[in-house]
Design a protein around this ligand. Structure first.
Ligand code: SF4
Length: 759
């Protein structure tokens, strides 16, 4: 029972990008309970099964508690001083070949510290996060459409829409609390039309009035089919388009700016996407394409589109993101509560730490980029760096980075050290045989991993650092609706585990002490010279790390960047009081701070002052969004006679990504103990395999064995199989493809060709 000696405090859930508010109960130095925060507006007191068990993620029996160094093939304990010195020496010896590989699970201050270490200090821009694998195409889609990243709307769209259209999205399992927000409305008698556009039936399908199953990769044809009918029938919103949009087509090579096209050219380009042709390409019936166009053609409805990995993990990811924004813009279903194209994120701070802090290889904080001379100048000014310190050349994106780490130096493998933090690339990179395992056989390569449990990546590492997690440290996350949330440390980390921000600052200081010039600003001060009462506090010395709130200091420095792209953040103290604030957050005459729910809309966004809608960072500098045409094209690999099945990979409700945390929570492990191959009944009959029978799945890149689950949690269509990626004993990414979108560089985990045979 929970007794009165339990102390409760607020935090966001550690798992997905929904960012549910939780109350964490602590007694005797341990987290003993977690409850949905009743006062909150994200989750209204609810949590999903992962959220209710999040406290147990701290207490798996095999937590890493000491730094470990590989000697003679074995990981052996060493001290922190030695570990930090080893990392600093690797960076000192080969600064150009030293990279950080981070995460949408870094807190905002951690990501900011890592970005500053690399971009202000090491000067090679070699930092990229795992979020490259999950939402980079959403970023390029927002940038190419509105000139600035992240959704215009917020979760309130889910309370106000009449139609919810899910594009390759399974929120019943991936964002269950958000999905229940919509389903709850129906149970109260409200009319909401749910439409599932999907490549396989899922648990989401069971709640939808329409489930439209399309052939993998053909979502571009469907979006074009809707746009074609809107234009041909004249049911698009001409007034909205005339006032707020410019038309664009792609160039070769593709760019975020594209090439202008007229409305007539746009209409001509769409002409071939008749409902019948779209049916032939996608498998979705022509009448259903007409039904979708009918809905978008109506002005009396509010329509919200949701998407996540299905559209982002796509070799045409930027294009399909552009097209879905385009359908909303063309039909004027934009900028009113309930009328919104909205992408969701998988990780708790993919938005806060990756997109806003700019931990992608080309990014700088606040939406600035290293390739822009003005942006570099601004960043150099805020970081007090000598002019020209920031390197204009972006670092390597994730696939390229790991390829270069997995290739001998003499063959172009110019990355020799990677420091991985808060992620598990040994299991989550695509084509892991090539991109991860190969590196472990090459002399001279050195893998450093900071983590909390011995993951596949940790087991391959040369140096392991034990990290503190979640409420074992202060933190801040930014969720899918631009909401920044803060929490305080509540319990001590186990053994010698330490905060990631401390690890980063300690390495920076060691480099400084070894004479690495990049670790000083232009006045000769250390880059992380954290001030208190006018004095620098030596936070790199762990005994002094908690003398100041390092998170607050880093955040206050970072928030200076947030005004450039109108992503204004409030002072740290405001987040201490609030359950999160959605940016831009602007100070009011009475000294209070006001968040923004609906961006670009004059009724809510303080920066939209000229018109009802104002795209104030537009690519074309005229406050208009870009409405793109992109043709449908076949994917890089499709089933053939030798590899006749489509393989789709993804998550399941019970598990957090690679299972590194949730497989250590007994309740979740027992609920979903192992991976499986979800297969259509007809395919199973044809192959002569029964439920639970172990089969061999093989692609051109790798093979694995796993049990069949006929129809599983939904039912894939004939010719498609689904395998989740949480189970480290069955690494499905040995089979997946590393082909990526040309702009976002995000790989496609949703479709490749495989064969299946009985064992
Ligand atoms: Fe946590 Fe996401 Fe579940 Fe909310 S929906 S409780 S944020 S895992």
């Amino acid at each position: 029972g929970i007794t009165s000696d339990v102390v409760w405090n607020k935090a966001p859930c550690r798992f997905c990008g929904t960012g549910c508010h939780v109350q964490v109960g602590v007694r005797g130095g341990r987290v003993v309970a977690v409850a949905g925060d009743q006062s909150a507006d994200v989750n209204k007191g609810l949590l999903c099964v992962k959220g209710y068990h999040v406290g147990l993620a701290l207490y798996g029996r095999d937590r890493l508690t000491k730094p470990l160094l590989r000697r003679n093939g074995k990981l052996e304990p060493i001290g922190w001083d030695e570990a930090i010195a080893i990392i600093a020496r690797r960076a000192m010896q080969s600064p150009a070949g030293f990279a950080l590989y981070g995460s949408g699970q870094w807190t905002i201050p951690e990501g900011y510290a890592a970005n500053k270490l690399v971009k202000a200090g090491l000067g090679n821009n070699q930092i990229d996060p795992n979020a490259r694998l999950c939402m980079a195409s959403a970023v390029t889609g927002f940038l190419s459409t509105y000139g600035v990243d992240e959704p215009a709307g917020c979760y309130e769209d889910l309370d106000r829409c009449d139609v919810l259209l899910m594009w390759g999205n399974n929120p019943a399992e991936m964002h269950p609390v958000l999905f229940s927000r919509v389903v709850d409305r129906r149970s109260k008698g409200e009319q909401v039309l749910l439409i599932d556009l999907t490549t396989r039936r899922t648990r989401t399908s069971a709640f939808c009035q329409h489930t439209l199953v399309f052939k993998p990769n053909t979502d571009l044809a469907i979006a074009n089919g809707i746009a074609h009918l809107l234009v041909e029938r004249g049911t698009f919103d001409r007034a909205f388009v005339d006032r707020f949009c410019n038309f664009r087509k792609r160039t070769e090579p593709p760019t975020l700016e594209g090439q202008p096209m007229s409305f007539e050219e746009y209409k001509t380009a769409l002409a071939e996407y008749t409902p019948e042709r779209v049916e032939a390409i996608s498998g979705v019936a022509a009448k259903d394409i007409r039904m979708l166009a009918d809905l978008f053609g109506r002005r009396d409805l509010r329509i919200t589109s949701l998407w996540c990995m299905g559209m982002n993990q796509h070799t045409r990811g930027t294009a399909i993101n552009d097209l879905v924004h385009g359908v909303h813009l063309l039909s004027g279903h934009f900028g009113k509560p309930g009328d919104a194209p909205t992408s969701l994120t998988g990780q708790p701070s993919a938005c806060g730490t990756v997109r806003e802090v700019g931990t992608l290889a080309h990014g700088l904080p606040g939406g600035l980029v290293v390739t822009n001379a003005e942006h570099r100048k601004e960043a150099e000014h805020l970081w007090n760096l000598p002019a020209g310190r920031i390197n204009p050349k972006p670092g390597y994106h994730t696939v390229d980075l790991w390829k270069r780490f997995s290739t001998p130096k003499e063959q172009g493998g110019d990355i020799d050290t990677i420091w991985v933090m808060v992620t598990n690339p040994g299991q989550s990179l695509p084509n892991t045989n090539e991109l991860f395992d190969a590196s472990r056989k090459i002399p001279g390569k050195f893998l450093i991993v900071s983590d909390v449990y011995p993951t596949a990546t940790v087991r391959a590492a040369d140096l392991v650092l034990p990290s503190a997690m979640w409420v074992e440290k202060n933190g801040m996350f930014g969720n899918s609706e631009r909401r920044t949330q803060q929490w305080f440390k509540m319990v001590e980390p186990p053994g010698e585990a330490r905060d990631d921000a401390w690890q980063i600052i300690a390495v920076a200081r060691k480099l400084h002490d070894m004479g690495f010039a990049g670790m000083k600003d232009k006045d000769g001060r250390f880059l992380f010279d954290i001030r208190k009462d006018g004095k620098g506090v030596p936070v790199w010395d762990y005994r002094h790390y908690h003398d100041v709130n390092v998170d607050e200091q880093l955040f206050e420095e970072y928030r200076e960047f947030s005004r450039f792209k109108h992503k204004d953040l409030a002072p740290y103290r405001e987040y201490v009081k609030a359950r999160g604030l959605r940016w831009p957050v602007v100070e009011q005459p009475d000294g209070s701070w006001r968040e923004t729910r609906f961006r670009f809309a004059r009724f809510d966004d303080p920066y939209a002052t000229k018109d009802e809608i104002q795209f104030y960072h537009s690519v074309t500098k005229d406050d208009r969004a870009l409405l793109w045409f992109h043709p449908y094209e076949p994917p890089p690999e499709s089933p053939d006679a030798e590899y006749p099945f489509w393989l789709c990979t993804g998550r399941v409700l019970e598990h957090w990504h690679t299972g590194s945390l949730t497989m250590r929570i007994p309740q979740l492990q027992r609920a979903m103990p192992q991976s499986y191959l979800e297969m259509n009944r007809e395919d199973a009959r044809r192959l002569g395999v029964g439920d639970g029978e172990v089969v061999i799945l093989e692609s051109r890149r790798g093979a694995l064995e796993l049990p069949v689950w006929i129809e599983g949690r939904g039912a894939p269509p004939a010719g498609t199989v689904f395998v989740p990626f949480f189970d480290e004993t069955v690494m499905v990414n040995r089979a997946t493809l590393e082909a990526y979108d040309p702009l976002s560089k995000q790989p496609d985990y949703k479709k490749c060709a495989v064969k299946i045979r009985r064992k």
